[in-house]
Design a protein around this ligand. Structure first.
Ligand SMILES: Nc1ncnc2c1ncn2[C@@H]1O[C@H](COP(=O)(O)OP(=O)(O)O)[C@@H](O)[C@H]1O
Ligand SMILES: Cc1cn([C@H]2C[C@H](O)[C@@H](COP(=O)(O)OP(=O)(O)O)O2)c(=O)[nH]c1=O
Length: 215
């Protein structure tokens, strides 16, 4: 496992707010992200809405390889998601937080733990520490996990499937179980040493229709 890296000097407590939306495919992350963005904008905050994989120009190319290319070996897959995340944090997320903006990302580190660490046959702790190394310990102030069953997720997505979405329901069931376990472990075990004052919190709530989950 990779050793912990020193916190990045830009991650001072005075920076912006970093929120991550996580969950299975079709859980409603984009929908809730837009509602959250509007909520903050109505209150005068600058909001950067972004996503992984592909939240940067380089990331767009990595996304193509990951989601629409041929077979990718599981370890190569984990490294490519981590590379996308490293570049995304360095060029998009950290500068926005430094300006004091609210950053809302559709997927972040927990997606790698769930998809590569539980969906694939990789060690989840190793996958987490790979990503923590890639982002120099930057964890969200709040992670919101939206829960969905593999069956409902598939029904919502319709006929179009990328390489990960095309995995069988058993894969998505393992991913779901890991997301729920991450949400249950309200304070992530790794966040306290990276940024003790702003630990990652996770929660699960169901919500009716397309209302915001906090409404
Ligand atoms: N609460 C909800 N109830 C029913 N359908 C929803 C709900 N939230 C989102 N949807 C629909 O499900 C589909 C996937 O939603 P989306 O927000 O794109 O999910 P994700 O970003 O997690 O893949 C979309 O067609 C969206 O309109
Ligand atoms: C960020 C991330 C995503 N993924 C997967 C989850 C999704 O199946 C896929 C793409 O993300 P997704 O949010 O579904 O993108 P979109 O809604 O635009 O299609 O990548 C991982 O396997 N590991 C990761 O670290």
């Amino acid at each position: 496992m990779l050793p912990p890296t020193a916190p990045h000097p830009d991650d001072a407590p005075s920076r912006g707010l970093f929120l991550a939306l996580e969950g299975g495919d079709g859980a409603g992350k984009s929908t809730q992200g837009r509602l959250l963005r509007d909520w903050f904008r109505e209150r005068g905050r600058e909001v950067v809405m972004t996503h992984e994989p592909g939240g940067s120009a380089l990331g767009t190319q990595i996304r193509q390889l990951l989601l629409h290319g041929d077979h990718v070996a599981p370890r190569a897959e984990a490294l490519l998601f981590a590379a996308d995340r490293a570049h995304h944090v360095e060029t998009v997320i950290r500068p926005a937080l430094h300006r004091g903006d609210v950053v809302i990302t559709d997927r972040y580190l927990d997606s790698s733990v769930a998809y590569q660490g539980a969906g694939r046959d990789l060690d989840a702790d190793e996958v987490r520490s790979l990503s923590l190394w890639a982002v120099q310990g930057l964890v969200p102030d709040l992670t919101i996990v939206l829960d969905i069953s593999p069956e409902l997720g598939r029904a919502r997505r319709g006929a179009v499937h990328d390489r990960l979405e095309a995995e069988p329901d058993g894969f998505h069931a393992r991913v779901r179980a890991r997301f729920l376990a991450l949400a249950a472990a309200t304070l992530s075990a790794t966040s306290w040493w990276t940024r003790p004052r702003t630990p990652t919190r996770s929660t699960t709530r169901s919500w009716p229709g397309s209302r915001p989950w906090w409404g």
